[in-house]
Design a binder for this molecule. Structure first.
Ligand code: FE2
Ligand code: FE2
Length: 154
């Protein structure tokens, strides 16, 4: 099975199980948008496009599994590892890469590996683009401004 599709199917089940309609809507919108933005930035920065798209799909999965956002990056790294191991389609090295990016994704004011940075930037960009006329959140403003520059936007 195509691996991104296999992960999408897992994510779909988890999001669909939320009880509030608004959580379901934002769950799909955010996770798929971050996944697509990860793919775009990974292409531009010569990072692994497939693994970046999968990191985007899974990055907030703990929050959708539990309804709890507290420490969701660290908890989510373990949750994503479990999902990927159960799929049995990924090497341990690939799982480590995805899981590490998820573990670090809330640390937006620190710079990690180029692969980790793809996920942080995609997440920050999607938080901004959902309401593009509103100023980005202060902790993501510097990233969004750098991203606009990278994308050739004034
Ligand atoms: Fe997050
Ligand atoms: Fe997110």
């Amino acid at each position: 099975m195509e691996r991104i599709g296999a992960v999408q199917a897992c994510v779909d089940k988890i999001v669909a199980a939320r009880t509030k309609e608004i959580d379901i809507k934002f769950g799909y919108v955010h996770l798929y948008s971050v996944s697509q933005t990860c793919a775009l930035l990974a292409m531009k920065r010569q990072q692994n496009v497939e693994l970046a798209a999968i990191a985007g799909l899974l990055h907030d999965i703990y929050a959708y599994q539990t309804g709890n956002r507290k420490d969701h990056a660290h908890q989510g790294a373990a949750a994503a590892r479990k999902i990927l191991q159960e799929l049995n389609l990924f090497s341990e090295e690939e799982i480590d890469m995805i899981s590490h990016a998820i573990y670090r994704h809330s640390d937006k004011d620190e710079v990690d590996s180029p692969f980790d940075e793809v996920l942080k930037d995609a997440d920050a960009l999607q938080h901004f683009l959902i309401m593009p006329l509103v100023a980005p959140a202060p902790h993501e403003a510097a990233r969004v401004s750098k991203l606009k520059e990278e994308l050739g936007i004034q």
